[in-house]
Write a protein that binds this ligand. Sequence first.
Ligand SMILES: [Zn+2]
Ligand SMILES: [Zn+2]
Length: 137
Amino acid sequence: MDKKSVSGSCLCGKVTFKIETPLLMFRYCHCSRCRKATGSAHASNIFILPEHFSWISGDENVVRYDLNEARGFATCFCKTCGSPLPHTTKRNEVVVPAGTLDDDPGQLPESNIFWKFRASWSLEPGEMPKFDEYENK
Ligand SMILES: [Zn+2]
Ligand SMILES: [Zn+2]
């Protein structure tokens, strides 16, 4: 697979970073911790090697939160806008929330983990009507 550089940023734009492909893993996690950390039905997590990650700007604006009772659950976010941002795991991989990427990483998600714990209201997008923008009523 070709090496590719993909940039990412937070909502307010203070924090920017770049990653290099290939990705180690790309998966959706439906666990309750990921739901809390993302505010969404599931996290969309990309895993890469640490040497394939670098902050471009605003890393002093990144706050890390390690969940006390967890063996390794952590999240990083922008101090200004609250967007989730990449963090390094105890296994020394970098988890990149896929929604923070500004370009196509060129790989698709492979699997859903913690499916058994998905939210009761979690539906796959294909199960719902689609609108290009707002739903017109
Ligand atoms: Zn921000
Ligand atoms: Zn999770």
